[in-house]
Ligand binder design. Structure first.
Ligand SMILES: Cc1cc2nc3c(=O)[nH]c(=O)nc-3n(C[C@H](O)[C@H](O)[C@H](O)COP(=O)(O)OP(=O)(O)OC[C@H]3O[C@@H](n4cnc5c(N)ncnc54)[C@H](O)[C@@H]3O)c2cc1C
Length: 462
């Protein structure tokens, strides 16, 4: 492993491998004694929060402490869907008493996709942002009605055909030539990005605004008024935890966030005739109606980057880098080849994985307590590319104690309970995965709904 590929500054992803300049760790400036705001974690959440804080109050002294390098975590490894949706919103829309709050959040998420594009362009972050929308494909004929009903609910709630549209099978197959494909929902509210270019670009931009980023500097403990790092203590009036799936690395933060793995592969660049079969002419992202999420995008250099939700290790064990020969990565490759048989003669060039953060109530939250000066944002459950921007904007208002049209969104102070201790946690997650896999497999094999396993899956998630 070369110096540039040390475990601290390489996250093993295709995205880090295709940065213009290799990821390195900047020489850490000596630690300050005191700052106004200390942010833990240099992923999207930490960096967007720093960005908007500096925009709103340039005089603030802000330090970001990062255990590894900027974008080492999920922000530098993800599927690159900058999506106008977040976990929990569909559930809110389905419940009458939370519906209005859900609609507000959904509209805020739609706007957030454009906000990420706008700031990237304004700040010269070349992250290959392309807003081609997203396709959710029905993999069984009996899924169609449920998906159409779901879309009809959006229309009843004031969203238009321009926001959510049903594509009949022929049109859906033209847009994405995957198998099976019985029609799809299309929404324009999603863009593709190169995740590592976005997070590294954000790092560069906030540094230029005067934010100090201390790479290779893990925070070991946090409390009102200070953070302890591997290099010493720093006093801070306000402290923000933005560590998502890695939250347990800080003493006292155990069981706040469950680290769940998602795995990805990327193909070699594919020739035009293969893309003619696959489609994605507008670089739409695509997923499907199975319970165990899959996701894909056409990269700027003509590869297919594809992922799937994968697994959990007993005791919330975290692995820094996932090698391409990991069985869960290989399983994702098998799924990719099964839905696109046209790929049989083409190589997968990269395989990697990363950690998502899952809170006990399965939805994001943003909180700040002016009394203690402690705050956090996260819990995106694998849907945080755009959501972290909205969270960063909300958090900057909360930290500055300013009321805005964002500070009463439903995520604010919606702090989850802790996860159960082991072995209950492990058993629960394994059960959810087993029920979901089993229901998906039965439905694919029989073409009929799996009521038993599907119901178990739904109730285990609540
Ligand atoms: C494989 C994969 C695919 C995904 N695909 C998508 C997608 O297509 N669309 C989408 O919306 N979301 C996706 N996600 C989720 C999305 O990437 C995350 O929700 C988002 O990046 C979270 O950003 P964050 O800054 O909160 O966390 P992270 O990016 O995980 O950042 C946390 C940072 O904190 C650092 N850290 C940890 N512990 C400490 C400590 N003690 N002290 C200091 N620093 C510390 C870590 O090194 C890390 O850099 C995916 C996630 C994965 C893993």
């Amino acid at each position: 492993m070369s110096e540039n590929k040390s475990p601290l500054n390489d996250n093993g992803s295709f995205w880090f491998d295709t940065l213009d300049t290799p990821s390195t760790i900047a020489e850490a400036p000596s630690l300050p004694e005191k700052v106004d705001v200390a942010i833990i974690g240099a992923g999207y959440t930490g960096l967007w929060t720093a960005y908007y804080l500096k925009e709103k109050d340039p005089s603030l002294e802000i330090a970001v402490f990062e255990a590894n390098t900027v974008g080492f975590g999920a922000s530098g490894r993800n599927g690159g869907w900058c999506m106008g949706l977040a976990w929990g919103i569909d559930g809110m829309l389905a419940e009458e008493k939370r519906r209005d709050a859900g609609v507000r959040l959904l509209r805020a998420m739609h706007d957030t996709v454009d906000e990420v594009g706008r700031i990237s362009q304004r700040e010269g972050i070349e992250c290959h942002f392309a807003k081609g929308g997203t396709l959710e494909v029905a993999i069984a004929p009996f899924h169609v009605k449920g998906m159409q009903d779901h879309m009809a609910l959006h229309h009843e709630l004031g969203f238009s055909e321009d926001d959510y549209r049903w594509l009949p099978p022929e049109e859906a197959r033209e847009r994405v030539g995957m198998t099976p494909n019985h029609g799809a929902t299309y929404t324009p509210h999603c863009a593709v990005i190169h995740p590592a270019r976005l997070v590294k670009g954000l790092g560069r931009v906030v540094r230029a605004k005067g934010v100090k980023i201390y790479e290779g500097t893990p925070v070991t403990e946090m409390a009102s008024g200070y953070v302890d790092t591997n290099k010493g203590r720093v006093s801070a009036g306000k402290i923000i935890r933005a560590t998502e799936g890695y939250t347990e690395s800080i003493k006292g933060q155990e069981r706040q966030m469950l680290p769940l793995y998602s795995m990805m592969v990327a193909t070699e660049p594919l020739p035009d005739h293969v893309w003619n079969e696959i489609g994605l002419a507008n670089r739409e992202t695509f997923g499907d109606s199975r319970r165990v999420t899959i996701y894909g995008q056409k990269t700027d250099d003509g590869r297919l980057a594809f992922g799937g939700r994968a697994g959990y290790y007993f005791g919330s064990k975290r692995r820094g880098i996932i090698p391409p020969d990991d069985p869960m990565v290989q399983n994702v490759e098998r799924t990719l080849r099964s839905i696109f048989p046209v790929l049989q003669d083409y190589k997968v060039s990269h395989g990697w994985g990363g950690l998502m953060g899952v809170p006990r109530h399965w939805r994001p939250s943003v909180a700040f307590d002016p009394q203690t000066g402690l705050g956090h944002a996260g819990g995106y459950t694998g849907e945080g590319v755009a959501a972290s921007n909205l969270a960063g904007r909300i958090l900057s208002d909360l930290v500055l104690e300013r009321e805005s049209d964002l500070t009463d969104l439903a995520w604010v102070n919606d702090t989850p309970a802790k996860w159960e201790p082991e072995p209950l946690r492990w058993l629960g997650v394994k059960a959810i995965q087993y029920f979901g896999d089993k229901a998906d497999r039965i439905e694919m094999e029989t073409g009929k709904p799996s009521k038993f396993w599907g119901t178990l899956f739904g109730s285990a998630l609540s």
